[in-house]
Design a protein around this ligand. Structure first.
Ligand SMILES: C[S@@+](CC[C@H](N)C(=O)[O-])C[C@H]1O[C@@H](n2cnc3c(N)ncnc32)[C@H](O)[C@@H]1O
Length: 410
């Protein structure tokens, strides 16, 4: 990624982030006040900012206008699919609010404000979906919503040991170490020309993206809760889908933070085995380190983490090299196709992880490598392109995810 691409990506993300905050402001006002006019104003600002992010992404100069229909027609000219979904948003322009000076008072009803927020969400979904598609269509634009460039540094007042560890991390990841020199992380990004900073402190190692207020670091997420639930006799749909028992072997092809792998490792126990591959070098390094060092008391969670054999690698390249029937279960948890707005703040893993769709031949290889089954986690009711037909689906109910089970090749 060159500097120009990175600046472009950050500009798009800054607009997306600004838009997200407008929707949050509108929601807060609706929930805690009767400031309907202000809520509607923020909703309209959100829609405008999402459209502007879309136009900037396509490198179209922004017109000096707040006229929603003009922005919509520019967006529709780039991508005809935008036109259909955005038709409804056109009605925002009929809203009585001037853009810059939201009136206070009673002229905007709760229903009207609700409608504005609904329309803003519609614009948001449409823009984010098209940005995801555009990203997939164009290798040159792959910079958007993928991992930012970063440098490695320490806390503000490091001792020699901390500096030594930060230098080691920089070497391990083949990234530049920079002295903190009392600077804020935002200042480091500006001065070093990067989008993110990996900070190595006595507490943790984490990647911070100051402009988006996102931090990614290793933690076992829901692993302990899920394990406690299993201990209490409750079920776990992933474990049920795998039909996992003590002594089984699992290959996790999309390791991420290894939450799923930890639960699988707990059930497989000391006589079983879990091997996991993570394609993103930084996520892999943080997960490998976290699985070895993270301390968590009780219920055998830490022991389950320590038993996982975590590796850096792309499962598409690794699977063809593995013998047939080498594992009982092969597991995939790819990112869901559609980027949901909340994930930008709530799922830093999604923000930096690898989003490339897996090829159909990868799933076929997995069926060769698994002796029992291949399990693929997916958004409930959503097909994954290239995924062979599942012979069974587990999950659903109140959950937004389900597990597609593929039978193995003979
Ligand atoms: C949704 S996350 C998985 C989360 C994981 N199940 C957990 O419990 O933390 C998907 C992960 O797969 C990784 N990934 C995507 N494509 C991959 C590939 N071809 N090989 C290995 N890892 C991949 C992404 O970088 C990301 O970390």
């Amino acid at each position: 990624m060159n500097g120009r691409d990175d600046a472009h990506r950050r500009e798009v993300l800054a607009w997306l982030n600004g838009a997200r905050h407008e929707i949050i402001s509108a929601d807060v006002l609706m929930e805690h006040s009767t400031e309907y006019a202000n809520a509607a104003f923020h909703a309209r600002q959100a829609a405008e900012k999402y459209l502007k992010a879309f136009l900037i992404y396509h490198r179209i100069s922004l017109p000096h206008t707040h006229d929603m229909s003009r922005l919509i027609s520019l967006a529709a000219a780039v991508d005809e699919h935008m036109a259909e979904t955005l038709d409804e948003a056109e009605s925002l322009k009929e809203h009585p609010l001037p853009m810059r000076y939201p009136p206070r008072g009673a002229e905007v009803t709760q229903a009207a404000a609700d409608r504005s927020i609904r329309i803003a969400r519609l614009v948001r979904d449409s823009v984010l979906l098209r940005l995801d598609h555009a990203r997939d269509d164009s290798a040159a634009d792959d910079a958007l919503l993928c991992s930012p460039d970063y440098v490695v540094t320490t806390s503000r007042n490091p001792d020699n040991a901390e500096t030594g560890r930060a230098v080691e991390w920089a070497e391990r990841l083949d990234q530049r170490f920079v002295a903190r020199a009392g600077r804020s992380l935002a200042a480091i990004c500006r001065e070093e020309g990067v989008g993110a900073v990996l900070t190595v402190t006595s507490e943790r190692v984490g990647l911070l993206i100051p402009e988006e207020d996102i931090e990614y670091f290793f933690h076992p997420s829901m692993a302990r809760t899920r394990i406690r639930n299993l201990d209490a006799g409750g079920g776990d749909p992933m474990i049920a889908a795998m039909r996992l028992n003590t002594g089984d072997s699992v290959l996790d092809c999309t390791l991420g933070r290894a939450t799923d792998a930890t639960v699988a490792s707990y059930v497989a126990g000391e006589s079983g085995s879990v091997v996991g591959y993570e394609a993103h070098p930084l996520i892999a390094a943080l997960t490998i380190h976290g699985l070895r060092t993270y301390e968590i008391k009780g219920a055998g969670v830490q022991e389950a983490m320590r038993r996982i054999d975590a590796r850096h690698g792309d499962c598409e390249l690794i699977l063809p090299q593995i013998d047939g029937n080498a594992f009982d279960v092969v597991y995939f948890d790819p990112f869901f196709e559609r980027m949901v707005e909340a994930s930008q703040s709530m799922q830093p893993l999604r923000r930096i992880g690898v989003h490339r769709p897996l090829s159909p031949s990868t799933y076929e290889e997995a069926r060769r490598v698994a002796s029992r089954c291949v399990v693929v986690k997916r958004r409930r009711g959503h097909e994954i392109e290239g995924l062979p037909e599942a012979h069974e689906i587990i999950g659903g109910g109140g959950s937004s995810v389900e597990y597609a089970i593929l039978s193995c090749l003979d």
